[in-house]
Design a protein around this ligand. Structure first.
Ligand code: SF4
Length: 365
């Protein structure tokens, strides 16, 4: 009974209708699956090292990867990065329109820029027409930490102020006829990020890029992003997202995929559930879960795998999983769709579980 109830659980609210843009071959908005992005933290001028990290991010599941383009040398490296990457590359540019033009010429699939920072209107027009010719969309975004002084004066550092600041940037581009846009509104405060995106979602139909900025370390940042981005996605808001964490960007992708799969918005291979352990547990469950995780890393098909710490409550708690293992002292119970199949020895239980995963997937249509 529990099995069916959980499987029939409601998903997020219907997605907010938005227009669709294309970043290379990857659609964003307009009902396309929510995409995951991350950003390299290598020196972009080192094309080899940057490409290596782009590859790691793509391998982890990133649909797009952003790289900082701070100077002309980085623009030169960008050509090699774009042509060597399997995923579209987004160029992150501030202030200098020549870098934006260079990035578009180098093959960037999207450019993140704030037109209000480019100086003269002529520069905005030049970037917009180069982007139009190349079919390259632009992301305009505001960060609560760097709102223009006049907005702070009139609206303060508030969700409304962020929306106004972003719309000012959007209007600059719309005035030159450019509408191939994604908008982002980020703050390090979860509630401010949520409210700003809710407000924007009701005002325009451009796709929204979600993120809680400067979210912090792995644990803190993951929690903040899961709360903020998870809430918005649950309300149907958000077309692409980046989880910002201090540390290895591959973790950003893993967390982003975890947030999406928690809502059923993305299936990122196996979902492994494991119990927190308690006084009944007689095995090193953390080591076993780690081993199982590593053994199924290459699996891309959806499957729910339970790894439980005892054979008393484990089978019941694993009832909702496709396959499971309940670990007792020296033995494990292997389960499939809630039914115990057989008892296996502790030394063989991970191997047996992996074989069961393969058998289960092979039997699926
Ligand atoms: S499955 Fe067993 S070991 Fe794990 S929390 Fe439940 S009772 Fe404790």
């Amino acid at each position: 009974m529990t099995h069916d109830l959980i499987r029939d659980a409601p998903g997020p609210q219907p997605r907010r209708p938005s227009r669709q843009i294309l970043v290379g071959r990857v659609p964003i908005g307009g009902g396309a699956p929510v995409t995951v992005q991350s950003m390299t933290n290598t020196d972009t001028r080192d094309a080899r090292e940057t490409l290596r990290q782009v590859g790691q991010l793509a391998e982890a599941g990133a649909d797009l990867v952003r790289v900082a383009v701070p100077d002309a040398q980085a623009v030169r490296a960008l050509g090699e990065i774009c042509s060597g990457s399997d995923v579209p590359i987004v160029a992150d540019i501030h202030f200098d329109h020549r870098l934006a033009l260079g990035a578009i010429a180098a093959g960037a699939a999207k450019v993140r820029i704030n037109p209000g920072n480019l100086g003269r209107a002529r520069y905005v027009e030049e970037v917009a027409s180069a982007a139009t010719r190349a079919g390259v969309p632009l992301r305009v975004g505001v960060n609560a930490g760097s709102l223009p002084a006049e907005i702070i004066e009139s609206a303060g550092v508030t969700p409304e102020g962020m929306v106004q600041a972003a719309l000012d940037q959007v209007r600059i581009l719309e005035r030159v006829g450019f509408e191939d846009l994604v908008i982002s509104l980020k703050a390090s405060n979860v509630a401010v990020t949520v409210r700003a995106n809710e407000l924007m979602a009701g005002r325009v139909d451009y796709p929204l890029h979600l993120g809680v900025t400067e979210a912090g370390s792995f644990a803190r940042g993951s929690v903040k992003s899961a709360v903020g981005l998870g809430y918005l996605l649950g309300r149907g808001i958000g077309d692409t997202l980046r989880v910002s964490l201090t540390g290895d960007p591959v973790d950003e992708v893993r967390v982003a995929l975890g947030i999406l799969s928690a809502w059923g918005l993305r299936q990122s291979g196996p979902e492994i559930i494991s119990c927190p352990t308690c006084g009944r547990c007689r095995v090193d469950l953390l080591r076993i879960v780690d081993e199982v995780e590593r053994s199924v890393e290459g699996v891309r098909a959806p499957i729910k795998i339970a790894v439980m710490g005892c054979e008393v409550n484990g089978p019941g708690e694993a009832r909702d999983a496709d396959v499971g293992l309940a670990c007792g002292r020296g033995v494990g119970l292997l389960m499939r769709e809630g039914k115990v199949l057989k008892k296996v020895s502790e030394e063989d239980m991970v191997e047996e579980l992996v074989a069961l995963v393969e058998a289960y997937l092979a039997s699926q249509p």
